[in-house]
Design a protein around this ligand. Structure first.
Ligand SMILES: Nc1nc2c(ncn2[C@@H]2O[C@H](COP(=O)(O)OP(=O)(O)O)[C@@H](O)[C@H]2O)c(=O)[nH]1
Ligand SMILES: [Mg+2]
Length: 226
């Protein structure tokens, strides 16, 4: 496997590396409608034919995101498992992670050669983050439509996520969001943790996030070998 990494200089240092074997687990969180499912779909396309992957989706009362991904045909249906979280989507990814761990276990036994599992959180608010007992690294997805003040407001997703994705840059002008302000504020909150901007409307919109996951996989392999 050989890749040109275009995401130069991005620090892929994770929160906690797993002591277990198995695929890299990447959490994808962020507010409702910011583009989490669009990112999952884009990553599935990016990694097709390259990685063995699977997806767990969390929805409050439905299996809508899983159904969307199945309809979109980006991944075989049996590689996608929905978890219905009930009232508090953040609970299922942070406090009571059993249902999500169970879904990952099923996927791992179905596909013993998995390299990557994406876990999409049920859309919540700025405070929802994943337990590092569930995922190895987490991506937080914001979009520009809430205005350029959002990164400045901080919160654990903005501040502590391993990668911050600011999506829907195609709408920035329409909503009067200053991308430079968003980038600068995000950097001020995040220190060395990387921030990328994209439009997931663009077929290549998920490419930089995909490169970051590739770098994370390389790091993981190096740590396991050491
Ligand atoms: N204009 C625009 N729309 C987007 C972009 N990314 C996602 N969307 C749309 O935003 C809506 C919510 O996206 P979705 O991925 O379902 O958000 P989620 O709730 O975070 O999973 C959908 O209608 C997407 O088609 C983008 O970069 N630009
Ligand atoms: Mg979604």
């Amino acid at each position: 496997m050989h890749h040109e990494l275009t995401a130069d200089g991005m620090d892929a240092t994770p929160g906690i590396w797993p002591s277990r074997q198995g695929p890299l687990r990447v959490g994808i969180g962020g507010p409702v409608g910011s583009g989490k499912t669009a990112l999952v779909a884009s990553l599935c396309r990016e990694f097709a034919g390259e990685l063995e992957m699977a997806v767990v989706t969390n929805d409050i009362y439905t299996t809508e995101d899983a159904d969307f991904l199945k309809r979109a045909g980006v991944l075989d249906q049996d590689r996608i498992i929905p978890v219905e979280t009930g009232g508090c989507p953040h609970t299922a990814i942070r406090d009571d992670i059993a249902a999500n761990l169970g879904a990952i276990e099923i996927l791992e036994s179905r596909f013993p050669d998995l390299n990557l599992v994406l876990v999409e959180s049920g859309g919540d608010n700025l405070t929802a983050t994943f337990s590092y007992g569930l995922v190895d690294v987490q991506i937080f997805v914001l979009d520009v439509s809430g205005g350029d003040k959002v990164p400045r407001k901080g919160g654990p997703g903005v501040t502590m996520s391993d990668l911050l994705v600011i999506n829907k840059v195609d709408l920035a002008e329409m909503v009067g969001a200053d991308l430079h302000v968003m980038q600068t504020d995000a950097e001020a909150k995040r220190g060395s943790r990387p921030t990328v901007m994209c439009s997931l409307r663009d077929p290549a919109g998920g490419r930089i996030a995909a490169d970051w996951i590739r770098m994370t996989l390389v790091k993981l392999r190096d740590i396991e070998r050491a």
